[in-house]
Ligand binder design. Structure first.
Ligand SMILES: Cc1ncc(COP(=O)(O)O)c(C=O)c1O
Length: 456
């Protein structure tokens, strides 16, 4: 391209300042033309194609000045709410430090790893940093095969571990897997919550790992029976299989403990973290394991560089991780999430008595799911018809942001920031009650079908 052609193009496209002035219509058109048009369509259906210009804590504001409450929190990435000042402050502090300096040793990665060794359960002490949940899952699966010399990877039916090839191979929704076959060989699903089935699959001692979520967030916030994770830990120890606990969604205080596996005193062989660890400011993923397991997999000169990541452990992401852990712990947010979750759960459960569409409310801490009756119908849109409608009404009428879970479209997730107040809870419940009342008319229009699996 000639110089003058280049500067014309740069003038026409504009820069970041111009983006700040873009209208919601322009944003919509560019998404429709250059990004995923189906996502654009769903966002429009939900009524959420607004231009949000401010975000702080649980609050959002659009360019018309309308205010909203965020009960989705970036799918559980905003445990501290939007733009947490402590995390932004950490980012400012490292502004001048080199961000990427692979040929040396990053001090912020060192400190975040030290923090994780301190706050994670049991002997977990060695971290690997990456940039997302799926990448942390990949790292954990590879570690398990390398450390045990075994091949089989067990996972739970209905699980969601991400959409890269490895993570998808151990996830539970066929629809997401089918177009990409063949996925990883030597993977096997076991029913979630079923220790007998797990024992059977483990007993031939070929499984390198059993990967499991303490609560299946994307599978409709499905809570396993009490004692399930502890039982899985004992079985894995008995048969020499590594227990990989995926806390990408449940971690960093969300369910009322810093890590959900602590509810049953479980000490995973590998803990998988992401989402909220970056404080909603920087992307980060982490896999934390024990010294012994790490050394079995990567403990020699020959094996020490088998797994790595260019951006993993960069200064900015790690500084945000340190600030996030400090803020979550110093503000006692896990305990606050537990208390707020109890109130929210009780009040939302009371609404099931007055609604023929809301069947159940389940979850722990501030990871809750509103389970609606199942709609029969062949079209993929029918599957989530009720949840889409309720989310749209919650947003348009009451300014509350919500969304369904990826592996179960009958469930709307409630996952607000952990410092939610009583006032927000009351506003949410009043709004939900109002929307459920008007949703009753949907019942006549939709064929309501079979009940789905539940444990708690
Ligand atoms: C339990 C769990 N694991 C892994 C992932 C994948 O994380 P990411 O979207 O950052 O790849 C998710 C995302 O929702 C998740 O909920």
């Amino acid at each position: 391209m000639r110089r003058s052609g280049m500067s014309d193009m740069l003038d026409r496209l504009g820069g970041v300042r111009d983006v700040l002035r873009m209208t919601s219509g322009e944003v919509f058109r560019k998404h429709n033309d250059y990004l995923n048009p189906i996502v654009t369509m769903i966002v429009r259906f939900l009524g959420m194609n607004r231009r949000f210009v401010e975000a702080r804590g649980i609050h959002l504001k659009d360019d018309s000045g309308r205010k909203y409450l965020d009960f989705l929190s970036g799918f559980g990435a905003l445990n501290l709410g939007h733009e947490p000042p402590e995390v932004l402050q950490a980012l400012r502090l490292v502004e001048e430090s080199p961000n990427i300096m692979q040929a040396s040793l990053n001090p912020f990665a060192a400190k975040l790893a030290e923090y994780l060794a301190e706050v994670t359960p049991g002997d977990l002490s060695r971290s690997f940093f990456c940039n997302s949940g799926a990448e942390a899952v990949e790292a954990a699966l590879k570690l398990a095969r390398a450390a045990t010399g075994r091949r089989m990877l067990l996972f739970a039916e209905g699980a969601y571990h991400g959409k890269t090839f490895g993570a998808l191979s151990v996830s539970g929704r066929e629809k997401y897997k089918k177009p990409f076959a063949p996925l990883l060989p030597d993977t096997q699903a076991v029913p979630y919550g079923d220790l007998e089935a797990l024992r059977k699959s483990l007993s031939n001692k070929t499984a390198a790992a059993f990967i499991v979520e303490p609560i299946q967030g994307e599978n409709g916030v499905l809570v396993p029976p009490d004692g399930y994770l502890k039982g899985a830990e004992e079985l894995c120890r008995e048969f020499g299989t590594l227990l990989l606990v995926d806390e990408v969604q449940t971690g960093v205080g969300r369910t009322g403990k810093l890590f959900a596996c602590e509810h049953e005193g479980v000490e995973p062989d590998v803990l998988i973290l992401s989402k909220a660890l970056g404080g909603g400011v920087m992307p980060i993923g982490a896999m934390v394991t024990t010294d012994i397991i790490w050394k079995k997999a990567y403990g020699s000169l020959e094996t020490g560089l088998l797994h790595s990541s260019t951006f993993g452990g960069n200064s900015r992401a790690c500084a945000c991780g340190i600030a996030t852990l400090r803020a979550v712990l110093s503000k006692n947010l896990p305990a606050k999430a537990a208390a707020a979750g109890r109130v929210l759960l009780k009040k939302a459960r009371a609404l099931t008595k007055r609604s023929t569409l809301l069947r159940e409310v389940r979850g722990k801490g501030l990871l809750l799911g509103l389970v609606f009756v199942r709609v029969k119908g062949k079209s993929p849109l029918m599957e989530g018809a009720i949840t889409l409608w309720v989310a749209r009404q919650m947003f348009l009428r009451h300014g509350i942001v919500m969304a369904f879970t990826l592996n179960n479209l009958d469930v709307l997730r409630i996952a607000p920031p952990l410092n939610i107040t009583q006032k927000h809870i009351e506003y949410f419940i009043d709004s939900l009650s109002d929307v459920l009342k008007s949703a009753e008319k949907l019942r006549a229009l939709l064929l309501v079908g079979k009940e789905e699996q539940t444990y708690a």
